[in-house]
Design a protein around this ligand. Sequence first.
Ligand SMILES: C[S@@+](CC[C@H](N)C(=O)[O-])C[C@H]1O[C@@H](n2cnc3c(N)ncnc32)[C@H](O)[C@@H]1O
Length: 265
Amino acid sequence: MRSKPLIRWAGSKRKLLPMLTANAPSSYKRYVEPFCGSASLFFELPDSPALLSDINVDLVNALNTIKNDPTIRSQLVKIPATKEEYYRIRAIEPESISKVDRAIRFLYLNRYCFNGVYRTNQKGQFNVPMGTRTGEFPSEAVFDEARKRLANAEISVADYKTTLTKIGDGDFVYIDPPYSKSGRFTGEYGLGSFDSSELPEFFDNLAELDRRGAKFLFSYRACEETRELLSEDYQVEVIPVKRHVSGFKESWNDSKEILVKNYGQ
Ligand SMILES: C[S@@+](CC[C@H](N)C(=O)[O-])C[C@H]1O[C@@H](n2cnc3c(N)ncnc32)[C@H](O)[C@@H]1O
């Protein structure tokens, strides 16, 4: 799966996959990802039951359609990758079409938009322009493999707080919240997105997961707020990463990622 992502997603952890897979526990009953995005780690790990959730309705609908509809790729590749078609499809009101058409609209725009960014205006309408050099859809084999993997996954729209209440003993939870400070109102993931002001309360949630017997792996930008985790009884690793800041080639930034887990192996 690593050769080509099914869904292009800002904040996808594809570059960190070797570190993340090396840090995943060797055994667990269920994989849970409350900020699943493109779920890149899920697709990399061995098959297991899973609970994937995200606040983004279109993303979750697309994952569910990939899981349930084996014809999705053939429907997608029929649509010409032209500017006219891109802007025509972008202008369609997603609520006015069927779930499958909504998934097709999302996956098409996701494939051909600028840098795979998901951004909406104040009214919640996707407003990213068409990109260049976006590449084609991944092969049928990638869609088939994803469908098989998702067969055992429950995929839902949920705020992370709701998903965290469903986690218990035997679960492995990979927690990858957005970094954005401006989250709640204008962040890159849209309305209602996680905001760094939620971090202190969020760290209490990690302690609660630990008490319930779940294994968690948490990744975030190493920053002032994550410092307090260093004092907890967790395993912490800080790794350098090159981060794409605002969608332009020149804006690569050297920063550090913190990985925190509450288990040995
Ligand atoms: C850094 S991305 C996750 C990337 C993912 N690990 C991957 O590999 O693609 C963060 C995700 O959190 C989602 N999100 C933001 N706020 C949320 C919230 N309050 N509850 C649930 N999901 C949220 C965003 O829609 C986005 O998909």
